[in-house]
Ligand binder design. Structure first.
Ligand SMILES: [Zn+2]
Length: 44
């Protein structure tokens, strides 16, 4: 899973080839997104 750094479009790809562009904003910078990156903070 990759997230466009500009518009937040999520690309469901296991492997992003070189030269990939965001289909919406043509941005080329992506963040890797992992499903278990969410942290839950419990305030007491
Ligand atoms: Zn984008």
């Amino acid at each position: 899973m990759y997230v466009c750094s500009r518009c937040g479009e999520v690309l469901n790809m296991d492997l992003v080839p070189l030269g990939l562009q965001c289909p919406k904003c043509e941005n080329r910078i992506f963040y890797k997104q992992r499903p278990n990156m969410k942290k839950v903070v419990i305030a007491r």
